[in-house]
Ligand binder design. Structure first.
Ligand code: IPE
Ligand code: IPE
Ligand code: MG
Length: 242
């Protein structure tokens, strides 16, 4: 057992907002609004637990298929959340980054607020919060391939390490634990390269109800997993002992 081991990089697929709202006969947007409290609680819980990297899946490249009114609502919600929480994230020493954010449909004022938040918090080192927004794991892999070609890297020099250096945020470590709420059990194009050897947990709770206690339960489940990385024995170092 990985007693006392905190995963270095935890990633959450924040799923179940629409079902949360439907259970209350509310519009789907009410579920998205209610998700904000869960996000804040999880950031706090990860920070307190000593997680160094926290990644949150907020909007996928596929989510553009949703009704325009829902997409517009999500854009407004993210902008409001950034403006509301930027200073307290900064005060906590959290470096905020976004992964994706390339689609021209992203409203320019939101793109500016995202850039400002990244700039404001860029030197913070207590924890790195990566918000996957307009993110697609396959798109990132294709972009890395394009970048290698643009740099004229010879084929025989392309290794997993050089490839990873051409991915966005190339300093981001592999994901140790993925939490997908709402009981759905799929990847949905999330950080494909980085989750290659992640442990996965699928709590049934819907994201708007997810709180620090649920997050800590997921860390407990992780601690009980035996990570083998293809080997036959338990590796001695699978994360930061604390
Ligand atoms: C996750 O909740 C939030 C986003 C994808 C933006 P959903 O909106 O997918 O909620 P369900 O899956 O319909 O319940
Ligand atoms: C994945 O959830 C994307 C986010 C949580 C932002 P979805 O609800 O969009 O995924 P699918 O459609 O069920 O695979
Ligand atoms: Mg969903």
């Amino acid at each position: 057992m990985n007693e006392r081991i905190v995963p270095r990089h935890v990633a959450c697929v924040m799923d179940g907002n629409g079902r949360w709202a439907a259970l209350r006969s509310l519009p789907r947007t009410a579920g998205h609004r209610a998700a904000e409290a869960a996000v804040i609680d999880v950031i706090e819980a990860a920070h307190a637990a000593g997680v160094e990297w926290l990644s949150l899946y907020a909007f996928s490249t596929e989510n553009w298929r949703r009704p325009p009114a829902e997409v517009a609502f999500l854009m407004r919600l993210v902008r409001r959340a950034i403006r509301k929480h930027a200073l307290s994230l900064h005060a906590r020493g959290i470096r905020c980054r976004f992964l994706g954010v390339t689609d021209p449909r992203i409203p320019p004022p939101l793109a500016r607020d995202i850039a400002d938040l990244m700039m404001l918090t860029r030197d913070n080192r207590r924890m790195t919060l990566t918000v996957a927004f307009d993110h697609g794991g396959r798109r990132d892999i294709v972009e890395a391939a394009r970048s290698l070609v643009r740099d004229r890297v010879p084929a025989e020099e392309i290794t997993e390490e050089t490839f990873a250096r051409h991915l966005p945020h190339s300093d981001m470590p592999e994901v140790d634990l993925v939490i997908r709420t709402s009981g759905e059990q799929r990847i949905s194009n999330f950080m494909l390269w980085h989750v290659a050897y992640a442990e996965w947990v699928f709590p049934l709770v819907l994201w708007p109800d997810f709180r620090a206690g649920h997050f800590r339960e997921c860390l407990d489940l992780y601690r009980r997993r035996e990570r083998r990385f293809g080997d036959v024995r338990v590796p001695t170092t699978t994360g930061d002992a604390s």
